[in-house]
Write a protein that binds this ligand. Structure first.
Ligand SMILES: *[C@@H]1O[C@H](CO)[C@@H](O)[C@H](O)[C@H]1NC(C)=O
Length: 464
């Protein structure tokens, strides 16, 4: 029987998990629409409290902090993923993280009533923490419950969830809906509802069979979960793969973040993981408005993923960026260039959504076996959120300085990421975790000049 089919329990588990991705997208997008209104609120509370109007500088500062502290929370959250997944399990970690969602919903939802923009800022930090954790938990859980052949395709649902979250935030942020003086606290607190839904559904989803078998050594439970997820009684192939990985783990032991950086074994995959995260954040996608971003969803639904699409995506983005630069530069002379720039920007987003958007999220789990996986996911998440923060803070200044040529910078970065991916990143589609990591062991053993002792310990680690 085919164990690579999409069953109802699998779909339901993945669907429940990606509510976390939706939350991430929603909270990324939600702050943009009501900027004027929230600035107004800050201004009013300030006047109320200090009996003088807020200065332009202070207002900008408070607003920027409220926006950017989300990424700071994300940095902390993504770095803490490893603390939870191996102790509580993947599913329970996701469940527990919702506490943060509830806390932040309350803080932001009542900030207006309490006349406190501090609550808004703390709430944004807490929801950032939650999103940082989610961007680690969700791809990991989805990757571990999916059959090998479907891991990539189902992994893209994380990105789809993010984009849909942004879309919902855009719609809800319309003035006629919640983007107005009275309802903006509800707009920010809306994350409460998906959190409740996820809390109801998650207990019905199984724990990751990999966690059950490898971390908990509960073979029977793992087997029964797999049977449910795969919709078949013969799950020996999956069990075999996981046991292989488990045996590997016994020798490999848990790898801390520090060890991850020290060992030559992990240098190559770690570099790849970090570079792919950077390729996502430094691709220039954040320069594109969220509304246009959502268009990518359409393209996105139509495709199945493989690594070559990351290359295609990077190349397409670079091409679109060049086109956009030309169009913007000639806009003064040639009016029809505005149409070209619209086409270019849409193509830019579409290419983002087939490669650099979804792939970095789930490739990390594929590049590392169980031992170093939590640490690797933490490091990758950290790079992603940090780059996100830097772009968020710096883009406006660079854009003001460069004018239409800002996309030249992104073109250069995209070409660099393209070259890197082409030469360094292995194909992962349809391969087992073990197979992929074995490939790295070979290259790292060949590339590094080891002392005999090092080679010995390396061999002890890597031979099956
Ligand atoms: C704050 O509000 C007052 C009164 O509504 C307004 O005159 C002032 O321009 C606002 N300040 C800023 C920095 O927007």
């Amino acid at each position: 029987m085919d164990t690579n089919q999409i069953t109802l329990p699998l779909l339901m588990s993945v669907g429940t998990a990606v509510i976390g991705s939706l939350q991430f997208g929603y909270n990324t997008g939600v702050i943009n629409a009501p900027q004027k209104i929230i600035e107004n609120f800050i201004n009013q509370t300030w006047s109320h409290r200090y009996n003088e109007p807020i200065s332009k500088t202070s207002l900008t500062a408070v607003w920027s902090i409220a926006v950017a502290i989300f990424s700071v929370g994300g940095i902390f959250g993504s770095f803490s993923v490893g603390l939870f997944v191996n102790r509580l399990g993947r599913r329970n970690s996701m469940l527990m993280a919702n506490i943060l969602a509830f806390i932040s919903a309350v803080l932001m939802g009542f900030s207006k009533m309490a006349k406190s923009w501090e609550m808004l800022i703390i709430g944004r930090f807490v929801v950032g923490l939650y999103c940082g954790l989610s961007t680690g938990f969700v791809p990991m859980y989805v990757g571990e419950i999916s059959p090998t052949a479907l891991r990539g395709a189902l992994g893209t649902l994380h990105q789809l969830g993010i984009v849909i979250g942004i879309l919902i935030a855009q719609i809800f942020g319309l003035e006629a809906i919640m983007g107005n003086d009275n309802l903006w606290p509800l707009l920010l607190a809306f994350l409460f509802i998906p959190a409740v839904i996820q809390c109801v559904l998650l207990p019905l989803c199984p724990e990751s069979p990999r966690f059950l078998l490898i971390n908990k050594n509960e073979e029977n439970k793992a087997k029964s979960v797999l049977k449910k997820l795969r919709g078949t009684t013969d799950v020996s192939a999956d069990m075999q793969e996981m046991k292989e990985e488990s045996r590997q783990m016994m020798r490999e032991k848990k790898v801390t973040i520090l060890e991850l950086f020290r060992s030559p074994l992990y240098r190559q995959p770690l570099l790849i993981a970090v570079m792919l995260q950077l390729s996502q954040q430094l691709s220039g996608i954040n320069a594109v408005t969220f509304t246009v971003h959502v268009y990518g969803t359409l393209t996105f639904l139509l495709i199945s993923l493989c690594l070559s699409l990351h290359l295609l995506g990077l190349m397409g983005m670079a091409g679109s960026a060049i086109l956009m630069t030309i169009a913007l530069a000639l806009l003064e002379q040639l009016k029809w260039m505005s149409y070209v720039s619209i086409v270019a920007i849409f193509a830019f987003v579409a290419f983002f959504e087939i490669g650099p958007g979804p792939i970095p999220w789930f490739i990390v789990a594929e590049l590392f076996s169980q031992g170093p996986r939590p640490s690797a996911i933490a490091v990758a998440g950290f790079s992603n959120w940090t780059a996100n923060f830097i772009v968020g803070m710096g883009f406006q200044y660079v854009a003001d300085a460069c004018g239409p040529y800002v996309f030249v910078i992104f073109t250069v970065l995209l070409v660099i990421f393209f070259i890197f991916t082409y030469f360094k990143v292995p194909e992962t589609k349809g391969r087992t975790f073990d197979d992929i990591t074995a490939g790295f062991r070979q290259t790292s053993a060949m590339a590094e000049k080891h002392t005999p002792e090092e080679l010995n310990s390396l061999g002890a680690d890597s031979q099956l």
